[in-house]
Write a protein that binds this ligand. Structure first.
Ligand code: RBZ
Ligand code: NIO
Length: 345
């Protein structure tokens, strides 16, 4: 992973100290601007153009009744994204962010997009089999590598000037998948990382815990790569590949909720330093998210009780990142505005 540019960060920090406000009075917004300066290697960083990538996959683990919704929702929601009716479709339209939906494992064939600003691709990795993480590896080594590559290819296809990549996922069963990966990476018990996802009842929650417990029993002590390959999903792998390539190309990554954060934790474990390139949008209501964030040393921008996924939390936080950059670039300095600074007459 490339190193952030500390000289650019220092110049941004100095600029912050000369803007017409008491030092530190813009709080985290100042930190966001300084962080982006380090990543982009410039004292005047930008949040735009931003681009959203959503990876969608089904998961064999849904056969254990771990979600209140049927697996068919995954494909149906992809069509909803493409027609402009999903939460993230609305947010992308509202914010002027192009939305790219990538099928890396949806069982049902999907119809192409009909809305401006939205595009779709089915990656060939979608035709490969996915295993039930409770009893078998979710991906073969080759499928895992191809899913990583599918994510990386999407970032390579983005225009060079894109500064910020927004990541999201769609896959019924994904809070179970993410919990299994998190339990393995964090060495935590199933109960600590399993949550209600889209809203399972007590019996559903107990089934999720059992499934994750079985996966942990099967894979305890696995390397990060083995953990994510055997307990993850093609969408999680594609998220890792996309973030890894974004970072190589010095683009910042705006991280969504629990599921995307688990993918980012796996990436950080496989490529230490990756987390320096991530902005964490929000703390999801999903129970395990706080452990994942804590392990990444991440303080998210928002805590709104969101528990939707599909990049919706990241998109909700984007205007804050826009504001941080606009303030940093656009405010006058004390000198420019003729405003007396503290300690000067
Ligand atoms: C209509 C609908 C839209 C969604 N958009 C994102 N998710 C979210 O819910 C799923 C994870 O929850 P679980 O593990 O409980 O299945 C993922 O697809 C995630 O993106 C949705 C779920 C539903 C039902
Ligand atoms: O935080 C998330 O990513 C999340 C939580 C619940 C359901 N889907 C996604």
């Amino acid at each position: 992973m490339p190193a952030p540019d500390l000289a650019a960060a220092e110049r941004a920090r100095q600029r912050q100290s000369r803007l017409t406000k008491p030092p530190g009075s813009l709080g985290v917004l100042e930190e966001v601007a300084v962080k982006l300066a380090a990543l982009q290697g410039t004292p005047l960083p930008r949040s735009r153009p931003a681009s959203a990538l959503l990876f969608a996959s089904d998961h064999a683990v849904t056969r254990h009744g771990v979600s209140p919704y049927p697996p068919a929702v995954t494909g149906a929601m992809v069509e909803n994204f493409l027609r402009g009716g999903a939460a993230s479709s609305v947010l992308c339209r509202h914010l002027g962010v192009p939305l790219r939906v990538v099928d890396v494992g949806v069982m049902r064939p999907l119809s192409p997009p009909a809305v401006e600003g939205v595009s779709f691709r089915r990656d060939p990795v979608a035709d490969e089999p996915g295993g039930d993480l409770r009893v078998e590896d979710a991906m073969s080594e080759a499928t895992f590598q191809r899913a990583l590559a599918a994510g990386a290819a999407e970032v390579d296809a983005l225009p060079d000037e894109v500064r910020l990549v927004v990541l999201g996922e769609m896959g019924i069963g994904n809070t179970t998948v993410a919990a299994a990966v998190a339990a393995l990476l964090l060495g935590r018990e199933a109960e600590e990382v399993v949550g209600r996802g889209t809203g399972v009842d007590e019996a559903g929650l107990a089934r999720k815990v059992e499934v994750v417990r079985d996966a942990v029993r099967r894979l305890r002590g696995a390397s990060p790569e083995h953990a994510v390959r055997s307990a993850g999903g093609r969408d999680i792998a594609a998220l890792m590949g996309a973030a890894g390539r974004a970072i190589e190309r010095r683009k910042a990554v705006l991280v969504d909720g629990f599921i995307v954060s688990v993918a980012m934790l796996a990436l950080e474990r496989m490529a230490p330093g990756a987390r320096e390139w991530m902005l964490f949008a929000h703390r999801s209501a999903e129970a395990g998210h706080r452990h994942v964030l804590e392990s990444l040393g991440a303080r998210p921008l928002l805590e709104l009780g969101l528990r939707l996924g599909e990049g919706s939390g990241a998109l909700t936080a984007l205007p804050l990142v826009d504001a941080a950059c606009a303030l940093h670039a656009g405010m006058a300095t004390f000198e420019e505005a003729g405003v007396p600074d503290k300690g000067r007459g």
